[in-house]
Design a protein around this ligand. Structure first.
Ligand SMILES: Cc1cc2nc3c(=O)[nH]c(=O)nc-3n(C[C@H](O)[C@H](O)[C@H](O)COP(=O)(O)OP(=O)(O)OC[C@H]3O[C@@H](n4cnc5c(N)ncnc54)[C@H](O)[C@@H]3O)c2cc1C
Length: 372
């Protein structure tokens, strides 16, 4: 006989962890199914930015949603610390996107201007800093740095601690985390969803697909099109050094423990998770042009991981029309959006209705693009 829950969340990465925690907070009896160690897990390979700047060009509601998520990040961090004792090391001092040529600077300013001027976009302040102004805020920048853009909403945190805290808080709220439970098949029987996973079956009134790249396979039988593809990203971790960087940057940040992270590249290599040394070399070379002082700091480790990207790069949040009660939640910025997923999206799922303001995140927008 199937074990019964109110909701079964399939995929225990940052997206599934945040949604499952949000549901458990509301008293929903929730199971969180996760795969084993061989799974693709963006949640364990990311760069840890809570990043607003530049997001939403082409879909203004996504820019607004990202801002809302960044505003909710402190509340989520506080809740997780109070419930689990885990400090996710959230800092939101604002962040810099550094440019290494006049052409980069011009492109950056043009694209941010287009972003902020979109109809329906909630404008935020962006500062454009020339080299001298930037040097006053980021001491130690190299002679090749031309300038930067700064957004006060940006920040960063420790993403592994965030993942651990979400799982711990979920369990503390009565949720059941079930590792080594890969969902093999999901079907509807007698008005409920039954998930075949592990050695048995799990039943629930609602099912939420948060399986990252796995959603592409799990979604269609439930009438959910999760058109996601992998995109490789690489990160370099340097040894710990004295605190020299008071702000996160789009490609360099210093953690609360002092290590310096250089990230994160973007390239299309399918499901290839191996490390490209030529990409690492480019990342390192750019980082040294920004901070020449890093030349003497040793590399501790490097890794590659796969992002979960929809065709237009924006999230897909949708309830199935053919299988009401089945939802898909997928995005490429699960660190940034964790606050909104736990505290705003999960209550809507619990209520059985995402609401009209979530309509722009439905996969229907992709039909329009395909037809165009
Ligand atoms: C290099 C890199 C840098 C990044 N930097 C940032 C950043 O700075 N800021 C930011 O906001 N985001 C960043 N991201 C994105 C972020 O990591 C992801 O959005 C986030 O991890 C959420 O992913 P997810 O939970 O959807 O997927 P995943 O983390 O991939 O989790 C999916 C989970 O589903 C499980 N699963 C899959 N199939 C099944 C199945 N059939 N049954 C049960 N479980 C299943 C897997 O085991 C896995 O645990 C980065 C990503 C990468 C790769």
């Amino acid at each position: 006989m199937a074990r019964e829950f109110d909701v079964v969340v399939v995929g225990g990465g940052l997206v599934g962890g945040a949604i499952a925690y949000g549901l458990a907070r509301l008293g929903r009896r929730t199971a969180l199914l996760d795969e084993g160690d061989i799974a693709y897990r963006a949640a364990r390979g990311n760069f840890g930015l809570v990043w607003v700047q530049g997001k939403g060009l082409g879909l203004a509601p996504y820019g607004n949603w990202t801002q809302q998520a960044a505003r909710l990040a402190p509340q989520l961090a506080r809740l997780l610390r109070d419930e689990t004792g885990i400090d996710v090391a959230l800092e939101q001092p604002g962040g810099f996107h550094v440019c290494l040529s006049e052409a980069e600077m011009d492109n950056r300013v043009t694209s941010l201007t287009r972003l902020l001027e979109q109809p329906g976009f909630e404008r935020y302040a962006v500062e454009v800093l020339d080299r001298a102004a930037l040097a006053a805020r980021l001491p130690g920048i190299g002679p090749g740095v031309v300038g930067a853009t700064y957004c006060p909403l940006d920040g960063h945190l420790n993403p592994l601690r965030l993942l651990r805290a979400l799982h711990a808080a979920f369990v503390r709220r009565g949720g059941e985390y079930l590792p080594l439970h890969k969902a093999q098949r999901i079907e509807r029987r007698n008005g409920r969803f039954v998930v075949a996973a592990g050695a048995g079956e799990i039943g629930a009134a609602q099912v939420v697909l948060t399986a990252g790249l796995g959603n592409a396979v799990l979604g269609p039988p439930l009438g959910l099109r999760a058109l996601v593809r992998p995109q490789r990203g690489q990160v370099i971790v340097l040894e710990r050094v004295r605190r020299f960087l008071a702000y996160p940057m789009a490609t360099i940040r210093q953690t609360d423990e002092g290590t310096v992270l250089i990230g994160d590249s973007q390239d299309e290599s399918g499901f290839n998770e191996s490390l490209s040394t030529s990409i690492s070399a480019t990342q390192a070379e750019r980082a040294l042009r920004i901070f020449p002082g890093l030349r003497d700091v040793r590399v501790n480790r490097t890794w590659a991981a796969l992002r979960v990207l929809s065709p237009d790069g924006f999230p897909i949040y949708e309830q199935s029309a053919s299988h009401p009660g089945a939802f898909v939640v997928t995005c490429h910025s699960g660190v940034t959006l964790a606050g909104a997923h736990a505290l705003e999206l999960a209550p809507r799922i619990a209520a059985g209705e995402l609401g009209p303001d979530m309509q722009p995140f439905s996969s229907e927008r992709l039909n329009v693009q395909e037809a165009a």
